[in-house]
Design a protein around this ligand. Structure first.
Ligand code: NAD
Length: 478
């Protein structure tokens, strides 16, 4: 018997106009029935969000009252962490250790934006006209279409809902069709927190169907998207209809630069966590290792030993260190690119295969490829999987050129004991995030986003909240 989930529209839980089975990536079997929102469901959700935006039950709340609702939501997320983590693990295959620890961040992000709700201010402008009083009001932008991919759905929606709701917007959130269970369960917490009907609507369904209708809807004023660059292009074309203000958090092929002067053991731990956490299905995965020649062999030997020691297993088991990939399609893509890279001259140092005893489900071994140059497919293509591609360099200038030789520019890492070099590289690297002697740390206070084809706009921090508002200039003759 499949577990049944419902969508959340205008404060009510309901089935979608159609449904689909969600697959457990650990065994390839259907485990839950999900509502698939069609055009009519999207229409009702957007209309509900539009009505709620104007309704005094929401529009009449003070900023601190909105903040209190968000604090309550954060508490509910924290109190239901185990259940949310188990659902995310069941639907996406991400290991329970990671889903549990990420829920802590989810609550933290809601708390951060709860606290910011009453900190946004307008301004008085000193125009050169003595008989005029001019001020700026900051107003919520309107109905937000928030669209998230399957990895880290609770987290990636918190970075949208938190600032949007704190600013006074209303939201239609589209969960990914690959693993929507945690967000559909989260809808129950939104309801319990007491947000007025229509303020938050949570649906799921297929991109080309419900995603397209949502992003081109005339009542949507703001699109907040996280996902792949191809989908982003569709969304930008579709939003030509409503000209909604759009932010895009897209893919990456993040370089990690390692210089000869490092402590190899501690750096190897950071590199392994940077690429193999979440089975490599992370937008900031450190998937391109650029290593200086003098330390190359020693570092690669450590990395191979550590990759081979990763405990693969059932993602619901807290002893498991790596679970399956989220979908069969994802694994097939990785297998194809790894094979093409080996054909083109890359050396397979470890992995490159389905682990023995894990034929059911979508498992793939942690893989390391030594690449003769940076035009190998595994170096240029975002794989979204547990594959580390290694390229060797001799000089700092060469390392910078290799690092910046990508259409992407989301994150980057630098490992060196030379502080001056660390500073030089923070200026030289074209990426929205530079981590020096650390990797993959985030905080709600710090903006997050990419250069180049890694996206437009920023999430996190105050900057992100301003993006859910617009200013109104008021002129008063005195
Ligand atoms: P995807 O682009 O295939 O799907 C993302 C979402 O977009 C899904 O909800 C999907 O249903 C929806 N969608 C698909 N077509 C649509 C359309 N025409 N209109 C509107 N919505 C549509 O991405 P994915 O495969 O689920 O996720 C992986 C990608 O997400 C990777 O490229 C990864 O790097 C990126 N990502 C980026 C970040 C970041 O913060 N920069 C974080 C996580 C993932």
């Amino acid at each position: 018997m499949l577990r049944r989930f419902q969508q959340y529209i205008d404060g009510a839980f309901e089935d979608g106009s159609a449904s689909f089975d969600s697959i457990n990536p650990a065994n390839g079997e259907p485990w839950a029935s999900m509502p698939a929102a069609g055009a009519e469901d999207v229409e009702r959700a957007v209309q509900a969000a539009h009505r709620a935006f104007l309704d005094p039950a929401w529009a009449g709340l003070t900023a601190s009252q909105r903040g209190k609702l968000l604090y309550k939501l954060a508490d509910l997320v924290a109190a239901n962490a185990d259940q949310l983590a188990e659902l995310e693990t069941a639907d996406t295959g991400k290991i329970i250790r990671e889903t549990r620890s990420q829920i802590g961040y989810v609550a933290e992000y809601y708390r951060y934006y709860a606290g910011l709700a009453d900190k946004l201010q307008g301004a008085c402008l000193p125009v050169d006209k003595p008989d005029m009083e001019v001020f700026l009001r900051r107003e919520p932008i309107g109905v937000v279409a928030a669209i998230v991919p399957w990895n880290s759905q609770l987290f990636l929606s918190a970075v949208k809902l938190g600032p949007a709701l704190a600013a006074g917007c209303t939201v239609v959130l589209k969960a990914s069709e690959e693993g929507p269970a945690p967000l559909l369960a989260f809808a129950r917490l939104v309801h319990e927190a007491g947000f007025p009907p229509g303020v938050v609507n949570i649906i799921t369904g297929f991109g080309n169907d419900c995603g397209r209708v949502l992003t081109s809807h005339p009542l949507v004023s703001r699109i907040a998207f996280t996902g792949g660059p191809e989908t982003a292009r569709h969304i930008v074309r579709n939003s030509a209809d409503n000209l909604a203000y759009t932010t895009l958090e897209l893919g990456g092929k993040s370089p990690v630069l390692v210089f000869d002067d490092v402590d190899v053991d501690s750096v190897s731990n950071a590199i392994v966590a940077g690429i193999f956490a979440a089975s490599g299905q992370s937008c900031v995965a450190g998937s391109r290792l650029l290593v200086q020649r003098g330390v190359r062999d020693q570092l690669l030997a450590k990395l191979v030993a550590k990759a081979e020691a990763i405990r693969i297993g059932d993602p619901q088991d807290s002893a498991t260190e790596m679970g399956p990939l989220a979908t069969q399609k994802q694994r097939a893509h990785i297998q194809h690119v790894v094979a093409a890279s080996v054909d083109a001259g890359a050396e397979l140092l470890t992995g490159g295969a389905v682990p023995p005893d894990f034929e059911a489900g979508y498992y793939y071994r942690p893989t390391i490829l030594a690449c003769p140059n940076s035009s190998i497919a595994s170096v240029t293509t975002e794989l979204f999987g547990p594959v580390l591609s290694v390229v060797t360099f001799d000089t700092e200038a060469e390392a910078v050129a290799l690092a910046n030789d990508s259409v992407y520019g989301l994150a980057s890492g630098v490992f060196t004991r030379d502080l001056a070099r660390g500073h030089r590289l923070t200026r030289a690297l074209r990426a929205g995030i530079v981590w020096v002697n650390t990797y993959r740390v985030v905080s709600p206070i710090v903006p997050f986003g990419g250069y180049g084809q890694s996206g437009l706009g920023r999430e996190g921090g105050l900057e992100a909240m301003l993006d859910y508002t617009r200013t109104k200039s008021v002129w008063i003759r005195t």
